[in-house]
Write a protein that binds this ligand. Structure first.
Ligand code: COA
Length: 322
């Protein structure tokens, strides 16, 4: 059974009073629309050690919530969201994730702040309406890092901070990198997971959970049972075996969930570092696709690398892991 606090759970929020909608600084209105909307739990809100709420992207409901993030905050009834499937909550829906204002208790409307507009707030009831355990990305602990689901809004700055470095994208097919493009990429991945498809994880450092890379799947065919692997890492972390671990964990998860029988990756013929990574992970170079992808206006040749389930299983057997 899924609970309110489980990452990946889909929650339905039904407002129980008029909505308060702020549209500009100092301009707000009330609206009597108690139509429910759904959102997916993506992260938890902590004040030090104290859990006080959670947030995630809105998935469906009235258009006023479209493209926004829903934050729900624990009220004073002290329900434990790790064991409850329904609860009364305060909520704030807007462009991002709330931050604490310590001048008030977090249960107070001024105890949290939300930047940007619109800001839609009030109180209501949440209930668990769905979970997708089979394709929901788990958090996987690695040595010195972890794979965790990419977080809409929250991860944009960290991903942009290294993708804007030309050294990261010069040997890839990445288009010109902008904040908007990075934001859209993260949203696309979140939507893929939600739709029951395979997407990407963040590679994050365990001490602060900050993203330093991404790893996972750009594309997936459940009919033909293949997935396309993709990854990138902030240069400060290159050459430490981090992505090798991340790729091994993503492969293990996809094969063990029985979602694929083949994983492939396309690598520019001059990207030796990425080729080295695939080769040491057991991928076989299957051929060269001439002028396969255009990177910043120029068509490049790409090698295609593939790993089949029997190859992967044999490696696991050899390592004593199957
Ligand atoms: C490709 C990338 C993710 C590799 O990450 P990384 O953490 O540095 O890789 P690892 O340290 O895990 O190295 C894995 C293996 O790659 C190989 N490798 C690493 N650097 C290499 C290099 N310069 N030349 C050849 N092989 C290399 C090694 O065989 C290494 O195995 P080892 O641990 O046994 O030595 C990272 O360099 C990156 O983000 N590059 C820019 C983006 C990119 O090219 N993405 C891939 C697009 S296809």
């Amino acid at each position: 059974m899924a609970f309110i606090a489980d990452i990946g759970t889909v929650l339905r929020l039904t407002p129980q009073d008029d909505l308060q909608i702020a549209s500009h600084d100092g301009v707000w209105d009330f609206c009597d629309d108690r139509t429910p909307f759904d959102f997916r739990v993506q992260g938890h809100l902590y004040d030090g050690q104290l859990f006080y709420g959670l947030f995630g992207p809105v998935l469906s409901g009235p258009s006023r919530y479209e493209g926004l993030i829903c934050n729900i905050l624990v009220r004073t009834d002290a329900t434990d969201w790790r064991t409850e499937t329904r609860s009364q909550v305060n909520f704030k829906v807007g462009r991002g994730v709330v931050t604490r204002d310590h001048r008030q208790h977090f249960g107070h409307p001024d105890g949290t702040r939300l930047e940007g507009f619109p800001r839609i707030s009030r109180f209501g009831e949440v209930e668990v309406v769905g979970a997708r355990p089979s394709t929901h990305p788990p958090t996987i602990e690695l040595a010195g890092a972890r794979l965790r689901p990419l977080r809409v809004v929250y991860d944009t700055d960290a991903l942009y901070a290294y993708l804007r470095d030309p050294a990261v994208t010069e040997l890839t097919a990445y288009p010109a990198v902008s904040v908007e493009m990075v934001d859209a990429m993260i949203r696309r991945s979140a939507i893929r997971w939600y739709a029951g498809e395979l997407g990407k994880w963040a590679v994050a450092l365990p001490h602060d959970d900050q993203l330093v890379g991404t790893c996972g799947f750009n594309d997936w065919s459940p009919v033909h049972r293949w997935a396309e692997l993709a990854y990138d890492l902030a240069p400060a972390h290159w050459g430490k075996g981090l992505m090798r671990q991340a790729v091994a964990a993503a492969l293990e998860w996809a094969f063990r969930q029985d979602l694929v029988d083949r994983v492939h990756a396309y690598v520019r013929v001059d990207n030796r570092r990425s080729q080295g990574l695939l080769e040491c992970t057991g991928f076989v170079r299957e051929g060269c696709l001439r002028s396969f992808r255009v990177g910043r206006g120029v068509a490049h040749d790409f090698y295609v690398y593939g790993l089949l389930r029997p190859d992967w299983a044999a490696q696991q057997g050899a390592a004593g892991g199957a």
